[in-house]
Design a protein around this ligand. Structure first.
Ligand code: ATP
Length: 438
């Protein structure tokens, strides 16, 4: 469907001028230092998708993160580029990579990550490494999936040349997630989560052989061998997708959730709660957005996922994924409150007062407040939201200081202030009338 393997013209039509010119400059600097320079990975994938949707008349956004691989010293090249562009240069010595932060004409920061291509690639066992021509090929072969394993050459003279060694473009065209070598998931089990993320993001399909390798790696416990931090990073990326629920469902059905969180079973009830969570979160976004400040979606999703997990397992899970010490305590707190409320449903008068929700949730973190909304019986949700809206804006016209002056002491002050707050919540007094109660 592409006119040729050279994408120069398509890039000129599709990319914003600032990105296009930047890529051309990077290529030119490659020529100046005498090394081959490529843009690779997700950028190429998204560019090809954008070119195709442009042909179809649709619009696709172009990424502002650029992954560059050079056949040569990546750090040396990075320093040179940063100097020429007068951009910020950051080195990551542990990975032997660097990043450049370039501010374009529209004041947008473009991030360029630069890495060195792997140095050897044997066409066949016993052959000498074909260093000059094959390093980029080796680099691409080591990547997660074919759709992410293409490169475009940037050097002046061959700018726009697409390198597609493994039929990647065809997979992208036909919507396939495919690993490049049989041991891919064993070598890096985080790719299990990545496969699902890309599949669900693009509406692609994990092709049968890849799927069976993936299922095999899951069943053989390879997810358990990865550090919690690396798993968490990939899970967080899933949660940043526009529709995370799609990937979560897939992970649940494939028993991935179970392998990530011991003694945690993905059930239809669990799925309903998770769906509710995203609805509730949406409601908060539109109506109670202050409560979303600093809310960690990862914690929120884990509250739901781990609500029935036994406590010994919770301890291991929270340690594994670096969750804070009070995570379990906070989870239990919400569960207890939810149970209490469930037992008081018959007491209509009690549950219809806004002060009731204040008593139940006073001191909760925002994640707990949101999780409670997920668990709360449908008929109480309206009241609960009303409470949250009101308490958010509630300001007393008197302070502890005023109470001190009136002779209140110590804990009496706190109690009195809370009493006044509850009266305001219930509409028993109006704002400004606080002073008559002390
Ligand atoms: P996104 O659009 O989500 O940013 P991306 O493809 O840019 O997708 P990154 O996680 O930023 O995703 O990775 C950049 C590139 O590095 C990928 O396109 C892929 O080629 C390669 N890569 C990343 N993680 C792995 C991995 N675990 N194994 C192999 N290759 C990987």
């Amino acid at each position: 469907k592409y006119k040729s393997l050279n994408l120069k013209e398509d890039m000129e039509k599709t990319l914003p001028p600032s990105i296009l010119n930047l890529l051309k400059l990077i290529g030119l600097y490659g020529n100046e230092l005498g090394i081959n320079v490529y843009v690779v990975g997700g950028f190429v994938r998204d560019l090809l998708l954008a070119i195709r949707s442009k042909l179809n008349g649709a619009k696709k956004s172009i990424p502002y993160d650029i992954d560059v691989v050079v056949e040569g010293d990546g750090l040396l090249f990075g320093k040179y580029v940063a100097k020429q562009l007068r951009a910020k240069y950051v080195e990551h010595p542990k990975f032997h990579t660097c990043s450049i932060f370039y501010r374009n004409g529209e004041n947008k920061i473009i991030r360029i990550d630069i890495a060195t291509a792997r140095t050897e690639y044997y066409e066949e066992a016993g052959e000498l490494p074909k260093v000059e021509l094959s390093t980029i090929k080796k680099d691409l072969y080591r990547r997660d999936f074919s759709i992410n394993a293409m490169a475009i050459k940037l050097n002046s003279g061959s700018f726009g040349m697409l390198l597609d060694f493994f039929n990647c473009r065809k997979d992208l065209e036909e919507g396939r997630i495919r690993i490049l070598y049989p041991l891919s998931f064993i070598e890096d089990p985080t790719r299990i989560l990545r496969a699902i993320r890309f599949e669900q993001r693009f509406g692609f399909e994990i092709e049968p052989n890849t799927l069976s390798k993936l299922e095999e790696a899951v069943a053989n416990g390879y997810l358990e061998k990865v550090t919690g931090m690396r798993i968490r990073e990939e899970l967080e990326k899933i949660l940043e997708e526009p529709e995370p629920m799609k990937a979560i469902k897939r992970m649940g059905k494939m028993k991935i959730i179970f392998h990530l969180f011991e003694r945690t079973y993905y059930s239809p009830t669990m799925e309903k709660d998770l769906e509710k969570l995203f609805d509730v979160k949406n409601y908060f976004k539109n109506n109670l957005s202050n409560y979303l400040n600093k809310v960690r979606l990862f914690h929120l999703v884990l509250y739901v996922l781990l609500q029935y997990t036994p406590e010994e397992s919770l301890k291991k899970i929270t340690a594994r994924y670096g969750l804070p010490k009070d995570f379990i305590k906070n989870l239990m707190q919400v569960k207890n409150v939810y149970n209490e409320i469930s037992n008081e449903l018959k007491n209509k008068e009690k549950i219809s007062k806004l002060s009731y929700y204040y008593e139940k949730t006073n001191g909760f973190q925002n994640e707990q407040l949101i999780f409670l909304a997920v668990k709360l019986p449908e008929e109480l949700l309206g009241k609960y939201y009303e409470y949250l809206r009101k308490i958010e804006k509630l300001k007393l016209s008197i302070t502890g200081e005023d109470l001190l002056k009136k002779g209140y002491e110590g804990v009496q002050i706190k109690t009195k202030l809370e009493e006044i707050k509850k009266k305001l919540l219930n509409g028993e007094i109006q704002p400004g009338e606080e002073k008559y109660l002390i």
